[in-house]
Design a protein around this ligand. Structure first.
Ligand code: KG4
Ligand code: ZN
Length: 356
């Protein structure tokens, strides 16, 4: 066929991912190696550990994606790789690999912004026209933006401190949820969601932060520290060691999840009203796209769906495997850029990586 082919490479955090896509967004081959289990055991990501694991896996992951697609490097039209934002040591592995790869095979290079790739992944799955509102919530980020074009984002708000996933992970870690048999293989966010099902958030209800701040930025540090001090207080009351609470773990999980959900919905509601007041969204089919690892939380999705329903927006959330990090979303952003001729660099480009 005459469809152009793009190899996408992702190493910004804790997933080594690669994928080959054609111009229509058809996934010809992909491979993903997750480090999440190692980091879960370490109680968080240690950058040199992440870097080492990317180094050990990048070559195999890329080769696997190519093999599964049946595409040889010379058939590629471009290589697209995440260059920011992320963990500098992790990013460096993908960037260095890509630099060598594009030189060896004489291919154009397309540097990818990880968050832009998250924001546009939905367009690979269905036709979503610009402009649309997008909420990205993960372990490293929270942001609200109007996606106006492949290369054109209006940032309405972003996290001022810890990300929502990080907040859930920290509370889960403080509760040692990893020691609960049913949670031993779950991320902090997944463990909180599971335990919250049998909890009552009203027992530890807290006020939503930033109520008086008139923008669409996020803060989750207050929720983290508030819930941590509640846990310390309950441990003292029970007379148990840190991380061994018995009685109210479910209620604390429910309250944390509820607080995160409320925070997200209130800021997003503000953003929707702002978009409406300033005609930033089309009157036909105005859409909120929700993505990032935290977007797989049903409680948070439901809370956001109440807001979108009330304001007449469509809520679109890609399936979980497209909400989290992978090579596919990077390759898709490469396809979108290739189609429009945006940000395509020659194979011999010297420096295309600037750590923040
Ligand atoms: O997007 P992601 O896989 O990685 C990055 O942060 O880039 O997101 C991981 C985050 C973790 O903080 C994890 O606890 C959270 O997403 N998460 C969840 C759920 N599944 C994963 N948070 C809440 N509910 C979930 N079901
Ligand atoms: Zn991500």
């Amino acid at each position: 066929s005459h469809s152009r082919l793009v190899l996408g490479i992702e190493t910004s955090c804790d997933e080594t991912g690669a994928a080959v896509l054609d111009e229509t967004g058809c996934i010809l081959g992909e491979s993903l190696h997750s480090q999440k289990e190692v980091h879960l055991r370490n109680g968080g990501i240690i950058p040199p550990v992440a870097q080492q694991l990317h180094k050990e896996n990048i070559e195999r992951v890329v080769q696997e994606a190519l093999d599964r697609s049946g595409v040889t490097p010379d058939q590629l039209s471009a290589v697209a790789t995440t260059v920011k934002p992320g963990i500098a040591l992790s990013l460096g592995v993908g960037v260095l690999f890509s630099r060598n790869f594009v030189r060896r095979h004489d291919k154009p290079f397309i540097p990818i912004h990880h968050m832009e790739a998250h924001a546009l992944t939905v367009r690979m799955l269905r036709p979503v026209a610009f402009p649309f509102l997008v909420l990205l919530i993960s372990g490293g980020h929270s942001l609200l933006a109007v996606a106006r074009g492949v290369d054109d984002f209006l940032l309405l708000g972003r996290g001022q401190d810890v990300a929502p996933g990080d907040c859930l992970d920290k509370v889960a870690r403080r509760l040692s949820l990893i020691k609960h048999p049913e949670c031993s293989t779950l991320s902090g966010g997944q463990a909180i969601e599971l335990l919250a099902k049998d909890g009552d958030w009203k027992k530890f209800a807290i006020q939503t932060p930033m109520g008086r701040i008139r923008n669409c930025c996020f803060s989750f540090a207050g929720i983290t520290s508030h819930m941590t001090s509640k846990i310390i207080k309950m441990e003292a009351e029970e007379g148990v060691e840190a991380g061994t609470l018995l009685s109210c773990v479910n209620d604390i999980a429910a309250a944390t999840q509820h607080a995160v959900a409320c925070n997200l919905t209130k800021r997003t509601h503000r953003a929707i009203l702002f978009c409406k007041a300033n005609n930033l969204l089309p009157s036909e089919n105005p859409t909120l796209v929700l993505s990032g690892g935290v977007a797989s939380n049903e409680y948070i999705r439901k809370a956001l769906s109440i807001i979108t329903e009330e304001t007449g927006l469509h809520l679109l959330c890609p399936p979980a495997e497209f909400c989290t990090d992978n090579g596919v979303m990077i390759a898709w952003n490469g396809v979108e850029r290739l189609r429009e001729g945006l940000g395509i660099l020659p194979p011999n480009v010297d420096v295309f990586y600037e750590p923040k």
